[in-house]
Design a protein. Structure first.
Length: 817
């Protein structure tokens, strides 16, 4: 099977190692077929010692950000820098709507109440929540937002410390500033005020001030070039030099006229895209601050218009936002297009029975591609997008203030067009959620449907029963979170609202209107701050899924690695998961080349795994020997560490005995150490691996391969939610010894040793009882708590019928109580 060019993470690694046996600058390895030692060899008498965990990558983190309008958001940052943004509250019981987009990797969240003031009056960077976190202007570090007020001639503005010059916006009273913006918009629009729409009372401009010692301010996104009717509309620049060199096309004036649901001129924010040829297209972000019609100069062709059209505030200051889409507008002469929000239909999603006192967040998303390829993705969290629109409705008690509307479309025939709506219903978007969380998905191919009202019954739901454990670690104090990714053929989204949950048992509910179009993947951020994933799956009405998260030590996982993992970024190339099922063998060989794609931090579920950011390279050491001679050692690396992911192993040309040792300290749990030492025999003529249909062999996916016969240990430890077992009593537990996923390899014998002093002394190995299919059980006698350091360390030694073996040593596998 050929790996698609859009494969995100692993595909690049396959290309890296194809036809080679070494990775320059990563490891020092002897060539395949050679018995000569590497240039730098360090032999160790015992198991590899985990490197110091000091130089770890950043652990996943969450920060709360209050904007100058008083709206609050949670910014979640994973270890690899991926960010997602969730609304915490709208500041009022009525809820609010927001427009969100990504630019140069940063997330911008624009409360629609501030939309008319952008660019000319308010600096867009005031709403760059990613920068606010980087600059330590989140709520944990700052009670104010530093600003500069220039050109203001009126009285002091609410929440601002100064009417002009450098000052601050006090977060505790920022809601008053946001309310002032809405009232001024209403009064300007109705004629009650002489101040133009999009202008502060007294005029002037508000910009973000860089705090002392903070990173440099990012370059602000440029809004779309446009002009009011009668003005000269400048040409927008094409997206590529190729378009500049193509035969000249005639330009025409495209007038876009937004009409609100009240029939009056409205404010719009959105995208204008050429769908004949994406390289001729323009992704135009605008036009906040402009009320009513605007002109664009565009090349002749067919265009997609996708705009959030916002009616001005009503007497109660509520706002109505409509996603108005015109997917196929032909421009062969000067053309006027009316974006009439009165044609939009109400989007509404409910569940029965409706939970009482819950909050609801709604998203509208779409993906539009041109005939020649290229896409504008308008979707949650901005995967693979230049601009995206996320409209969120924050409701308390299912109040119907500030609903979302969207215009249905006819089936699209030029390029492709796909639409989706997503609803999350939770107890608290910002607080703890002991009760059920609901995630509802409504994908549509080819058009926006005429019916946008969805009523989901209990029988329609998929039930997810989860047990959440805290890690066996005195410093594992992060509040766990349960999340999910949802993949469609054209986009992906996150289920993140209300993700903070207590440890223990819980029940959540998922739903999709198109089971065959959506692929779900559950995830959990543990008390150590590390995200763990389950396998990907389709879901169906009435199905029950059981999850048991973070039970037992974080050991190497036998799960098949997926080639494509979701990441977020603007201007970072394609990051959409185009094939969520595509996998790669975790440890296989072709001829004299083998490649490792091993994943850390598995738990009691053999399908669970953590990404490579679950451990740092510096806290992971690797050694590989052939017939007793060291051939690869991570000590050749500058930091002494290496993670065995996309790492080639130089195999010998004949049958040989090998030893592979992987030792690591998990991120967020520096008290636990895991050392896994594999010994195995392998030859080029070993039996062909029976892989899954969507699983590739490295390094050449067009060819077959054989499994490296590595044995993995999966633990079934009876533990409470804090990962404790009772002290002073006999303790029985089970474990399974088997090969990697899709392998039929099974352990045939095993012994168990325990330590109560972090491995300084060990009990004599005792033989475990085989239970069949690689399963074993054993009983150990726990001493009284006072006779221990509060933890149990485990050492399992096992082998299969062919003599392949594993010895796994875990310091602080679980705690005692």
């Amino acid at each position: 099977m050929k790996i698609p060019s859009r494969a995100v993470s692993v595909a690049a690694g396959l290309a890296l190692v194809a036809g080679s046996v070494a990775v320059a600058g990563v490891v020092t390895a002897a060539p395949g077929g050679s018995t000569s030692p590497p240039v730098r060899v360090e032999r160790h008498p015992g198991p590899a010692t985990p490197a110091r965990p000091a130089a770890q990558p950043k652990a996943p983190s969450s920060a709360t950000v209050t904007l100058v309008t008083g709206d609050r958001f949670r910014v979640d940052t994973s270890g690899d820098g991926t960010q997602s943004v969730s609304a915490l509250d709208a500041g009022t019981a009525d809820g609010a709507t927001f427009s969100m987009f990504g630019f140069n990797g940063d997330k911008y969240v624009i409360p629609n109440s501030a939309a008319p003031y952008l660019s000319s009056t308010m600096d867009l960077r005031l709403f760059d929540v990613s920068y606010l976190v980087r600059a330590k202007l989140d709520d944990a570090h700052s009670k104010t937002v530093p600003v500069t007020v220039s050109g203001h001639r009126g009285s002091e503005l609410p929440a601002l410390s100064a009417a002009s010059g450098t000052g601050t916006v006090a977060k505790k009273s920022a809601r008053a500033f946001g309310t002032m913006l809405v009232k001024q918009w209403r009064d300007s629009r109705s004629g009650a005020s002489d101040t133009p729409v999009g202008t502060l009372p007294g005029g002037g401009r508000l910009t973000l001030e860089r705090p002392a010692g903070a990173p440099a301010l990012p370059v602000a996104p440029a809004l779309a070039p446009a002009a009011k009717p009668g003005g000269a509309a400048p040409k927008a620049a094409p997206l590529s030099a190729k378009a500049d060199s193509s035969p000249a096309l005639p330009y025409h004036t495209l007038t876009v006229d937004p009409i609100g649901r009240d029939g009056k001129p409205a404010t719009m924010v959105g995208v204008l895209q050429n769908v004949d040829d994406f390289t001729r297209g323009w992704v135009l972000v605008g036009l906040p601050g402009i009320q009513g019609a605007s002109n664009f100069s565009v090349p002749e062709g067919k265009f997609n218009l996708d705009f959030a059209v916002m009616s001005g505030p009503g007497d109660d200051l509520s706002l109505q936002s409509s996603l108005v889409v015109k997917p196929e507008v032909s421009v062969t002469k000067d053309t006027t297009v009316t974006l009439d929000a009165r044609q939009a239909k109400l989007y509404e999603a409910t569940v029965d029975p409706a939970p009482s006192g819950y909050e609801q967040v709604d998203y509208l998303s779409m993906t539009r591609t041109s005939v020649t390829g290229g896409a504008t993705r308008v979707q949650p969290y901005g995967f693979d997008s230049y601009f995206y629109y996320v409209a969120m409705r924050m409701l308390r008690g299912f109040d119907q203030q500030n609903p979302l509307y969207v215009t249905p479309t006819e089936p699209v025939r030029t390029g492709s067009f796909d639409f989706g709506a997503q609803t999350e219903i939770v107890q608290s978007t910002g607080g703890l959620n002991p009760g059920p969380r609901y995630a509802l998905e409504f994908p549509n191919r080819g058009q926006i449907p005429s019916t946008l009202t969805h009523h989901v019954t209990k029988a329609d739901l998929t039930t997810v029963h989860s047990t959440i454990h805290a890690g066996a670690c005195s410093t594992c104090t992060t509040q766990p979170q349960v999340l999910a990714n949802v993949f469609t053929p054209w986009s992906q989204s996150n289920v993140t609202n209300g993700s903070k949950v207590p440890v223990g048992e819980r029940t959540d509910y998922w739903y999709t209107s198109e089971p065959d179009l959506t692929v779900w993947q559950a995830a959990m951020n543990g008390s150590d701050g590390t995200r763990r994933w389950d396998r990907r799956r389709h879901i169906h009405p009435g199905e029950v899924i059981t999850e048991d998260w973070d039970r037992g030590p974080g050991v190497p996982s036998p799960a098949m690695p997926y080639q494509q993992e979701p990441k977020v970024g603007i201007g970072t190339g394609s990051v959409v998961v185009s094939d969520p099922w595509l996998g790669v063998c975790g440890a296989c060989r072709q001829d004299d080349n083998a490649v490792l794609f091993l994943q850390p931090l598995g738990d009691a579920n053999p399908a669970h795994y953590a990404g490579t950011n679950g451990i740092s390279a510096a806290a992971s050491s690797l050694r590989f020997s052939r017939n007793g001679t060291l051939a690869l050692s991570s000590t050749a690396n500058s930091d002494g560490g290496l993670r065995p992911y996309q790492v080639p192993l130089p195999m010998l040309s004949g049958a040989a005995d090998y030893e592979l040792d992987w030792a690591y300290t998990p991120n967020g749990n520096s008290e636990q150490q895991v050392d896994t030492d594999w010994t195995f025999r392998s030859a080029p003529g070993d039996a062909a691996a029976k892989l899954a249909d969507d699983e590739d062999c490295p390094p050449d996916p067009a060819r077959g391969c054989s499994f490296l016969p590595l044995l993995f240990v999966t633990y079934d430890l009876p533990l409470d939610s804090g990962s404790h077992a009772p002290a002073g009593d006999a303790y029985s537990f089970g474990f399974t010894v088997a090969g990697q996923q899709h392998s039929t390899q099974q352990g045939s014998a095993a012994t168990v040793s325990v330590s109560y002093d972090d491995g300084k002394t060990w009990s004599e190995p005792q033989e475990a009882t085989g239970t069949g299919d690689g399963g074993f059980s054993t009983t150990v006698q726990h001493p009284e708590l006072a006779g221990t350091n509060g933890y149990v360390s485990l050492r399992i030694a096992a082998h299969d019928a062919d003599g392949n073996a594993v010895t796994q040593t875990i310091i602080r596998a679980y705690a005692l109580s």
